[in-house]
Design a protein around this ligand. Sequence first.
Ligand SMILES: NC(=O)c1ccc[n+]([C@@H]2O[C@H](COP(=O)([O-])OP(=O)(O)OC[C@H]3O[C@@H](n4cnc5c(N)ncnc54)[C@H](OP(=O)(O)O)[C@@H]3O)[C@@H](O)[C@H]2O)c1
Length: 338
Amino acid sequence: MKRSIVICGYGNVAVELCKIISKNKNFILNQYDLELQVISVIGAQGQIFEEQGIDLELLVKCGKGSSALKEYAKVKGLNLHGKVIPKGDILVEATPTDLNSGEPGLSYSLEALNQGMDLVFASKGALVTNYKRILDKVKEKGVKLNYSGATAAALPTLDVGENCLSGSNLKSIKGILNGTTNYILSEMTLNKISFEEALEKAQRRGIAEKDPTLDISGFDSACKLVLIVNKVLNKTYDINDVHISGIDKLTNDDIRIAYENGQTIKLIAEASIFDEEISMKVGPVKVLNGKIMASVNGTNKCIIYETDEMGEIFCAGGASDPIGAGAAVLKDIINMYK
Ligand SMILES: NC(=O)c1ccc[n+]([C@@H]2O[C@H](COP(=O)([O-])OP(=O)(O)OC[C@H]3O[C@@H](n4cnc5c(N)ncnc54)[C@H](OP(=O)(O)O)[C@@H]3O)[C@@H](O)[C@H]2O)c1
């Protein structure tokens, strides 16, 4: 089977995706009978388009962002096109996440949906702000939608929930879904440094953004929780349905007192399911040290699905970086056509 791909946003994740597709092209063809061809890459300043497929080996040598697209066009003697989505089979949305407007991913994905293309998101903005609108269109057009990259990247949050628990009753979904806050809390707990010192260390190591508000406020975890609940339980909740508190008010005394009582504080995202009612919250929780979540440290993340029939299913780890996110996008594409 041949599938053509249009990529929006040529940053860290898209570059890694192109590297993996280029490197594993033959393996993907032999193993999954899937021939993947990237026909267009759209950056903020325009688009490269080649109907017969972009030379990914050459593209990744050109660097990142719009400058890479311009360099590729120059080497190949192509013109840079406008930012209109060309007809392909799959749209990969990897532009920056804007949790207010959902743009530019919202417009790109709606344009692709109108053309009947399947969607794979690494970005969260469009899904968090306009989930119902996108889902309605996905159903109307009869296309596929995947977004593992937007829900904790390489950690298979959605795969486990959607595929491994079919037919079982879910009682709750709990997770440590944000690597930055888990790193800060681990540093405060294990190395006994203050919140400010731990945040500064995370920023120095490139783990936390310059503006870490979305992470430490719990908002990023809440976005991931809503997207997981919506896909696994076929709902259309939005971020306002989650009760959110962050870790910025935690002191070393809070951490120490918990530790002296055999507990470790973790930022937990949790959905409790009672028949049709689902209550969602994100906040710091004291976890007993013998419990498995207490031992998930550093930038690691995890998810626990609690079911009636299958008991608790725990999954942890997964690369928290652009390579892991690029690989998660590729996995979503392959799984769509298996
Ligand atoms: N990095 C990770 O580990 C990771 C993990 C999971 C999910 N994600 C999500 O995946 C998405 C991409 O992440 P990233 O790390 O690759 O971000 P990034 O490096 O900032 O890349 C985004 C790219 O989008 C381009 N862009 C900006 N506005 C655009 C527009 N209007 N149209 C087309 N392209 C536009 C920018 O390039 P030019 O301005 O140069 O064109 C930029 O290179 C984000 O939404 C992020 O939240 C990232």
